[in-house]
Ligand binder design. Sequence first.
Ligand SMILES: C[S@@+](CC[C@H](N)C(=O)[O-])C[C@H]1O[C@@H](n2cnc3c(N)ncnc32)[C@H](O)[C@@H]1O
Length: 358
Amino acid sequence: MKPPVDLQIPLIPDTTVLPPALEFFPRFRYMGSKFRLLPWIHQTFQDLDFETATDAFSGSGVVSFLLKAMGKQVRANDSLAFPSVLTAATVANSATKLDAADVEFLLTSKARTPAECFIRRTFDGIFYTPAELSFLDDLWAGIREIDSPFKRAVALAAILRSAIKRQPRGLFTVSDPGRYQDGRRDLQLTLREHFIEQVASYNAAVFSNGKRNSCTCGDVSELKTGSDLVYMDPPYVPLADDNCYIKRYHFLEGLACYWEGKEIMMTSKVRKIVKPFTPFSYRSTAIDAFDRLFGQFADSTLVLSYSSNAFPDLATLRKLMGRYKRSVEVLEKTHRYHFGTHQAAKRNVVQEYLIIGT
Ligand SMILES: C[S@@+](CC[C@H](N)C(=O)[O-])C[C@H]1O[C@@H](n2cnc3c(N)ncnc32)[C@H](O)[C@@H]1O
């Protein structure tokens, strides 16, 4: 059955109903990103009374950025390293930009030791061209020399976004040593050219909302926060396919920390990083994980993003949240995926939920 038109979510959200700073957010193509749902999430947040907020599974960072733009004191967290770099650059950072001298320094830096040439050695023939892999090593040699943590974060965020734009479909699941071309500008520019553009994008996104915002990288179970509101957008146990972030984005995860402390599977064709365990991804552990999650943040207003094509179902989650909150309200929106044939698109209609516990 066709959902009512006014319930469908547009491909590009109506940014006029969002705080003006959102215009400068460097959109990051990320599985499960709530970018298209932002106007709805914003409207929901506006109706709730809070001053401080935690985004416990920050991903692309867009919801953290929205909360910052709303003037809230924000804590962003994700268990992966690269989402934390994105929120360091755009959320925790309130004033630091890369100037022309910084960019010149980075673009002329050179990797010197074999250890600093890890990327060209490891990913040759897998992703990008040899010249681009060398550029990444050289750039990283420069980034290591930068003392300011926020300057480093801006530089890293810029190269992360460059890397995903330059990669076909924005995924690192199959090898493509810079060959695939569909005429799109993003695939034509080199990583160096992208980087120069992305520094400008991330510089433009820097602003202060007058609050001390912060970001962390860690498992949600370790997260201590006394925020008035906790927004939760964990990975879902999918009913089909899989939801593995590391399979899709392992290169970005490595690039964010120069693969330091990361275990690479050298037998995998694309040199994947070993998958970190998260209880939200498995049927056997998800219900207990949600129960503990709601219990952990029981003193805060809870806002959970969820979707009808996931496990556990809405009724279970509602009941679980009800164990810790007096009132549980569910807001619902129809989301239609815009890909595939007409028939496939019909199957791709899902309900998006915001489950709110107060
Ligand atoms: C659906 S995405 C979040 C998307 C984000 N709200 C956005 O709009 O871009 C889920 C995120 O949860 C993170 N994650 C998975 N398990 C986690 C855990 N146990 N603790 C913290 N973060 C976790 C993943 O790395 C991923 O970035």
